[in-house]
Ligand binder design. Structure first.
Ligand code: 4NP
Length: 164
């Protein structure tokens, strides 16, 4: 079954997959921010975004309520069902942006070597610098607000560097 990315219905779209550990905090927020920014630019018909986790802890659940709240405060809606990273993702997606070094290593482990160049740490694009998007899962609502800001500016720069 084709579950996302470059599928039969969107072959011409550029596709981006956001990856974290649980797929309830950082990566669903990132995919929603990406879709929001792309829609604001009037480019939503040209791109497809999805998210997933390297872990299987929360498969089938929705996003964390603190993720939903932080995004809603910024006018970004999230509709999401957790899924785990799968081998097909490396065929289906053009860009795979991961949140931290552990996700990076775990993602590469699932991918054939020729797909490795499409896997990048998302903060490579953060204009303010930084390496990882800290995991807010054990943190405060303010940590989720900070996650939003990091992702928002990194995605904005990714879009302008890579996609437009
Ligand atoms: P995420 O955060 O990777 O940003 O979705 C986490 C969510 C859940 C867990 C860890 C991180 N967990 O251990 O259940």
């Amino acid at each position: 079954m084709v579950t996302g990315g470059r599928n039969y219905f969107c072959e011409m779209k550029k596709s981006v997959l956001f990856v974290c550990l649980g797929n309830i905090c950082r990566s669903p927020m990132a995919a929603a921010i990406f879709n929001h920014q792309i829609a604001k630019m009037g480019l939503d018909s040209a791109f497809f975004a999805d998210s997933c986790g390297t872990g299987d802890y929360h498969i089938g659940q929705g996003a964390d309520s603190r993720t939903l709240a932080a995004a809603e405060k910024q006018g970004v809606a999230i509709t999401h069902t957790v899924r785990q990273l799968q081998a097909d993702d490396f065929e289906n997606f053009d860009h795979i942006l991961v949140m931290d070094q552990q996700n990076y290593r775990n993602t590469l482990r699932v991918a054939d070597a020729h797909h490795h160049p499409k896997v990048e740490l998302i903060r490579t694009y953060d204009p303010d610098g930084g390496i990882e998007v800290p995991d807010p899962y054990y943190g405060t609502p303010q940590d989720f607000d900070e996650t939003f800001l990091i992702l928002n500016r990194s995605i904005q720069r990714f879009i302008s560097f890579r996609l437009t």
